[in-house]
Design a binder for this molecule. Structure first.
Ligand SMILES: [Zn+2]
Length: 451
């Protein structure tokens, strides 16, 4: 570890957490120890947290107290997990219609952190959490980041869409002292941007490569084409979309290191992550209660694909109880040889994002387009971008409250900035965008090249 990395980990990070009164560092240290508790101990802790959260929601949250009552579930007397499973599954639509009502008593909506999700489904949700909850999530992510081989304080390379770069001197100093991040912008991946990224890599020496699975794969392909063979991170973290087996193999060949696959969503943060043994994803039972359900609501068996339904154990401001993420996962009955007590999930099926393509051959990550459009406008409930040729696009929109034609204008300007001024953008205004036959929604569809 370089001296600067050592200082970041052992001096600047503690100072920053102390100065900002963030629980991140102390909680992280706790999580580092608790990960090796037995399965039974972890399960007991999880049940305790579930009980506390559900009791709280039943008492202090108008949305849930009504919901529980309707379902014949009462928190006033002792209840079992079977009773809990009578609570109806929470859909994205319900969240969209009730987000303000879902805020618990004692929390001022104006003082909460607010974010709008785009996610893999192309539907947007308003999510509220406390700053503390956000820091607990960061602490947990840090523990899991270390499973890749990366260490706190070491620089990171991210392949990401429209990254928020530090602009002021203060931001740049903070970035340098706490953890420098270099970016390859997935809104524009081509020979020139990859070459510039490699030069920055040589200067900053990141030890972790982080990004959407397919973005990392594209980077790997460019590197091979450009005959660049010396980028050797300690770990690669693939997140936010399905890691296809052939892409994983290709990435591992190019970087000569294992890929760590992670799955999460903005609503509840980290759901599952591979450890250094790569034998499946460990479920984040410290923060979540995860169920795998068949369409009829019964639990799907080990090795069977089921709808992921999640209860967030640490978000008290806007509780998520039995939330259907709209992803499908496969619970595992295997044990991981690392010795950690978290249960394993085999894989998440059906999160393949399509990349769109520019006339010069460079690719644009669909997820990045969605992150930079859908999440910015209050009047957009759902959208899907279909590229029918290099110059022609159809944007399907489902209008929400506050939708107006200016949004369409804005979207066209945005698309032209990325794909060139001569493109044609047509709109289809719909009442809903239907999922694929598999049940998965796609937010971008590329009909130009499909590979
Ligand atoms: Zn493990």
């Amino acid at each position: 570890m370089s001296f600067m990395n050592f200082l970041r980990k052992n001096v600047f990070d503690p100072l920053y957490c102390h100065y900002t009164r963030s629980p991140r560092r102390s909680y992280w240290r706790e999580l580092e120890k608790s990960q090796f508790l037995t399965e039974k101990e972890l399960q007991d802790r999880q049940q305790e947290k579930l009980k506390r959260l559900v009791e709280f929601a039943g008492k202090e949250n108008a949305f849930y107290s009504q919901r529980f009552e309707k379902a014949g579930f009462s928190t006033g007397r002792p209840w079992t997990l079977d009773d809990f499973k009578r609570i109806p599954v929470l859909t994205k639509k319900e969240i969209r219609e009730n987000s303000a009502r879902m805020i618990s008593n004692g929390y001022d909506i104006d003082r909460l952190m607010h974010f709008k999700t785009g996610g893999s489904t192309g539907k947007s949700l308003d999510i509220y959490i406390t700053e503390e909850c956000s820091e607990l999530r960061n602490a947990c992510a840090r523990r899991h980041d270390r499973w890749t081989g990366w260490e706190v304080g070491e620089p990171i390379a991210a392949v990401w869409g429209n990254p928020q770069l530090p602009t002021t001197l203060k931001e740049r100093i903070k970035d340098t002292l706490l953890g420098p991040v270099i970016y390859l912008d997935t809104m524009c991946v081509n020979n020139a941007s990859v070459t510039a990224f490699v030069r920055e890599w040589e200067a900053v020496k990141p030890t972790l490569l982080f990004g959407h699975a397919h973005s990392i794969f594209l980077l790997a392909r460019y590197l091979r084409q450009l005959k660049i063979e010396h980028l050797r991170p300690k770990g690669i973290l693939s997140t936010s979309m399905m890691l296809l087996p052939h892409e994983r193999q290709y990435i591992e060949d190019v970087f000569q290191v294992k890929v760590t696959d992670r799955y999460g969503c903005e609503e509840v943060s980290l759901i599952g992550c591979e450890c250094e043994e790569h034998q499946g994803m460990h479920l984040n039972t410290d923060h979540l209660f995860v169920e795998f359900l068949n369409e009829d609501g019964t639990a799907s068996g080990v090795g069977e694909a089921g709808n992921l339904v999640i209860t967030d154990l640490i978000n008290y401001a806007m509780p998520f109880v039995r939330y259907r993420v709209e992803d499908v996962g496969v619970p595992s009955g295997r044990k991981c040889s690392c010795g950690r007590g978290f249960p394993l999930m085999e894989q998440v099926v059906g999160r393949i994002a399509d990349f769109l393509v520019k006339p010069d051959g460079s690719r644009v990550a669909g997820i990045s387009l969605i992150e930079n459009t859908l999440t910015k406008y209050k009047g957009l409930d759902q959208m899907q971008i279909v590229q029918t040729s290099y110059e022609e696009f159809i944007i399907r929109v489902v209008p929400g409250n506050g939708f107006n034609n200016d949004i369409k204008e804005d979207l066209s300007v945005f698309m032209k900035e990325i794909f060139g001024s001569n493109i044609k953008v047509n709109y289809e205004v719909l009442t809903s965008i239907l999922p694929e036959e598999s049940g998965k929604y796609r937010f971008t569809v590329c009909k130009v090249i499909n590979e």
